[in-house]
Design a protein around this ligand. Sequence first.
Ligand code: 9G3
Ligand code: MG
Length: 579
Amino acid sequence: MRQSKLFAQTYREAPSDAEALSHRLLLRAGFIRPLAAGIYAYLPLGQRVLRNVERIVREEMDRTGAQELLMPAMQPLELWEQSGRDQAYGPELIRLKDRHEREFALGPTHEEVVTTLFRGEVNSYRKLPVTLYQIQTKFRDERRPRFGLLRGREFVMKDAYSFDEDWEGLDRSYQLMYEAYRRIFDRCGLNYRAVEADAGSIGGEGETHEFMALADIGEDTIVSCEACDYAANLEKAEAGPSNATTIQVQTPAYGENTTNQQPQRLHTPNVRTIDELVTAMQLSASRFVKTMIYIVDGQAVAVLVRGDREVNELKVKNALQAEKVEIADADTVLRVTGAPSGFAGPIGLSVPLLVDIEIANGEAWIAGAIEADYHVSDVRPGRDFTLTRVGDYRNVAEDDVCPRCRSGKLQFSRGIEVGHVFKLGTKYSERMNATLADRSGNEKAVIMGCYGIGVSRLLSAIAEQYHDGDGMAWPMALAPYQVHIVPVSVNDSVQMELAERLYGQLRDSGVDTLLDDREERPGVKFKDSDLMGIPIRIVIGKQAAEGVVEFKLRTRPDKETVNAGDVCDKVKEAIREAL
Ligand SMILES: O=C(C[C@@H]1CCCCN1)Cn1cnc2cc(Cl)c(F)cc2c1=O
Ligand SMILES: [Mg+2]
């Protein structure tokens, strides 16, 4: 491709509202252009990277025996009413009416559609297992689209769906997809972790894993053990052996052995937060009970965790099998507990208590007295308040003991979710009546799995991991072009003749090549080249007369002089090494 013709211009600056570095670089280098919030055009450079990602995804999906199809984006709303999901998603589900006033949804995902397709196509278990996939544009009306392609409202997803006659079959399909995902992300050069995750809204049963690209911009927190291969989304990470059994309950502020001490009221004027308590009482946060009031599907509950811990709302939601969990505001706390927030506590509280293991195992706690300006010490779980629901309701913290190997310490890192694989079970096949006569002739709902990769999101995740101060540095397998030929002066006929010759040779040997034939100053050319991130650069300068050019890898500072006759072989060797 001749760069003077390339449909894209580069910018030295990005718009100030572009916060993520990948977003800034993709805009500046002319890979994407915004059309509306969370809605982007992929210019030729961006489209070429997108196509390279899709090629890798297709190759690895096909290798598993999955069959590619393409489903409509316009989905009759009845399908969502049949599965009962039309209400669950509210404003995020983009709806429209056709000219006959019939209602449709723009597909955010395709469980309902693919299950309906399957039902109409397969009538015998002998056709199982089958896995179908598509690479298609999805629509989700995100309240706050941001970070460019990382959270868009229209994006490209690979979504696959497996159909098996039994659970063992699903385990095999799931494993096949899991391995295919590892091959895909390895081939993309992504630095990622597969982590235990929560199935979230899609439901389903059994295990589910997210594939997380490590990047500081990532919205998710990944927990991994330094000693074993345990890795989980923080939402899901299990609290290890409760530290309460190991932390010696410090000598309480009042000296004497308080094991049978009755709770003492403490006058703590205006001491509301744990930090204020720590300061006022000169005790560590781990001595206090943090009583958090939540509204769970409209009901108030209190969750008790140690003062130095955070409540994990997803664990509360899952424990109560609730649809919605939200923290109660100050007025609600006052109404529900009778005391202002900051003085809530377990003794005499009239709402159900969810007690974290660490609290249940500890003794002589200091808690709110459910009275303004008062706390209470020497609170004993079981004696002073009932232990109806004891469980793991907290976020693990860095350096906690690993719940798996019970020896390593847990580390936190940030991740971008680029893949998510689920075991759906019969949740959709039952609702959409996708049943089959099994071997003994009984009608059974097929067992499903679903598997997503954020294809367009992956562009940004790669850009987040592969850049330096000068711009992007695409892995060879994804780069929009493999070689960038940059003649220093297009008015120098010797340089241009050599450039054209190399351009022809490389293209004839199947190398994706971009020729910078623009009348621009060398500095501009090199800056643009660094910004685009093409892996190999061939610079043609003064030594063109001696048939010598400069060979440089985008990821290495050193430049090498090479005879023009050796360029093709050297390029192909560099490509072979990089793939
Ligand atoms: O999409 C999934 C699960 C898997 C992911 C892999 C590929 C197949 N689907 C979960 N999810 C996420 N956001 C959604 C947004 C809307 Cl508006 C919706 F109506 C439905 C969903 C929804 O179901
Ligand atoms: Mg997910």
